[in-house]
Design a protein. Structure first.
Length: 153
């Protein structure tokens, strides 16, 4: 079952259960996917986007919601913060599982040894290897800090 099919199935379930938050979140997800499909068609491709592209759309949506949630929390708007958090939880169900910080450190150490990196100048090589092997499972916002710490110690 493709990711698009899973999302549609969950959307139908949310419609039947009349869960307003889930329904609105799924509508946003499906609209973003449809928007990307349309952009793809104007670019010359005729097919719908595949799972890797859908994951990129979901990651972008997740990031937007995290930024909004942070602003709502800072601005003292707990009701809006909760809505954003609920949407993030729904989006997360379709994203690949992220590795923990400890697992990420272990992987970074292995790649540093494999590449033979010895200074901060080698970060580009390390990131390239990480992106090739662990694109879906590593949080790259944290990797840069971890790699710098490992190289400086």
């Amino acid at each position: 079952m493709t990711l698009r099919e899973k999302i549609n199935e969950q959307f139908n379930t949310a419609l039947k259960s009349k869960n307003k938050t889930s329904v609105s979140t799924f509508r946003l997800i499906l609209a973003a996917i449809k928007e990307r499909d349309i952009a793809n068609r104007s670019g010359g491709k005729k097919e719908e986007i595949k799972d890797p592209e859908i994951i990129k759309v979901l990651r972008k949506m997740r990031k937007q919601r995290q930024e909004s949630a942070a602003l709502y929390k800072k601005g003292g708007r707990p009701e809006l913060f909760e809505v954003e958090e609920a949407e993030i939880r729904i989006i997360d169900t379709f994203l690949p599982k992220q590795l923990s910080e400890e697992e990420t450190k272990k992987i970074c150490k292995e790649i540093i040894e494999t590449v033979g990196a010895s200074s901060i100048k080698d970060i580009g090589k390390i990131m390239e290897q990480l992106k090739q092997k662990y694109y879906d499972s590593v949080d790259f916002s944290k990797v840069n800090t971890i790699v710098k710490d490992l190289l400086s110690s």
